[in-house]
Design a protein around this ligand. Structure first.
Ligand SMILES: O=C(O)C(=O)C[C@H](O)[C@H](O)CO
Length: 305
């Protein structure tokens, strides 16, 4: 059966309030939520996409619905909840880079359950993308993500998983066990090197790749930030050099990487070609402000390549 979508992403989207200057109380309103960022990046890269989540019946939720409409992301798998709000978060900037502060506990997305999951959209997609953030936000969201991964595997939908470790959301020991379980259910494991080091206790990128494959992930891309990426299909490994850029805000750069990688894989590129394309896309994304606004289009990525 032909797929209706190249990529379905499942998770929590939020409104973003991003500090425009360190130490000053001025915030630019944008959009975030790692899997939503990734699916928008994929849509801008030309993929047919859909997003699966729950939103409050509030203004924040209306804004996110309008965003996905503008970006061409199908939101038929989004449910509105009259009893719960849409999550929001603040990004502040300081010496150590950016930091997130959340107002999301009890959000509509955190109330997703396996019974709610729009299974047919998972089954109708070539690739399902999920992350560690949705594993962390509530027990029922974790069960929903794991169920979506199982549904995808049964249907032959490929599964991509970004650990996106946020220690404000859960303790490291719990994250280690749950992320290991999710990595064992995925086809593409796409952690940042910081996440992978915290989860594995290892530091050398080559050893981290071995650890990731040992969890059961056949294809792994380790995102190295400004240093580029390291991709492995279990037989071959390729180091992709970072692109020198003047970084303004790295919020969502890893999501940009995932969305572009998956869009290129859905077009038929191999892991390594897709990883090189995504590396250039993520380098462009850090040159703008916020998680969504600076996500690039193919003509910009091709010009950089
Ligand atoms: O941290 C989260 O939960 C978010 O989803 C907010 C940001 O958009 C995301 O972390 C960027 O990767």
């Amino acid at each position: 059966m032909p797929h209706s979508f190249d990529i379905a992403a499942l998770g929590e989207a939020m409104l973003e309030f991003n500090q425009t200057r360190p130490g000053e109380p001025q915030y630019l309103q944008g959009f975030g939520g790692d899997t939503s960022n990734a699916v928008i990046a994929a849509a801008r890269a030309g993929a047919r996409t859909c997003y699966l989540t729950r939103l409050g019946a509030d203004w924040f939720g209306d804004e996110l619905m309008a965003l996905w409409r503008r970006e061409g992301v199908d939101a038929g798998g989004v449910e509105r909840d009259r009893q719960a709000h849409t999550g929001i978060y603040f990004v502040t900037h300081g010496e150590g880079g950016h930091a997130f502060s959340y107002l999301r506990a009890g959000s509509a997305a955190s109330r997703m359950t396996p019974e709610w999951l729009p299974r047919e959209r998972v089954q109708q997609s070539r690739i399902l993308h999920v992350s560690g953030i949705s594993l962390a936000i509530s027990d029922s969201a974790r069960e929903t993500v794991l169920e979506a991964m199982r549904v995808a595997r049964e249907a032959g939908t490929l599964v991509a998983f970004d650990s996106n470790l946020r220690l404000k959301l859960w303790p490291l020991e719990v994250a280690r066990q749950t992320i290991a379980q999710a990595a064992s259910l995925c086809d593409y494991f796409l952690p940042s090197v910081e996440d992978a080091a915290a989860l594995s206790g290892m530091h050398a990128p080559a050893a981290i790749l071995d650890w990731a494959h040992a969890l059961g992930a056949p294809q792994v891309v380790l995102k190295l930030g400004a240093e580029g990426a390291l991709a492995s299909d279990g037989r071959r490994r390729e180091r992709i050099a970072g692109v020198p850029v003047r970084a303004i805000d790295a919020t969502g750069a890893g999501d940009c990487y995932c969305g572009n990688l998956l869009a290129r894989i859905a077009r038929g590129e191999d892991l390594f070609a897709a990883a090189r394309y995504a590396n250039a896309a993520a380098a462009l994304a850090v040159q703008g402000f916020g998680a969504v606004a600076p996500l690039p289009y193919p003509r910009e990525v091709e010009a950089l390549l």
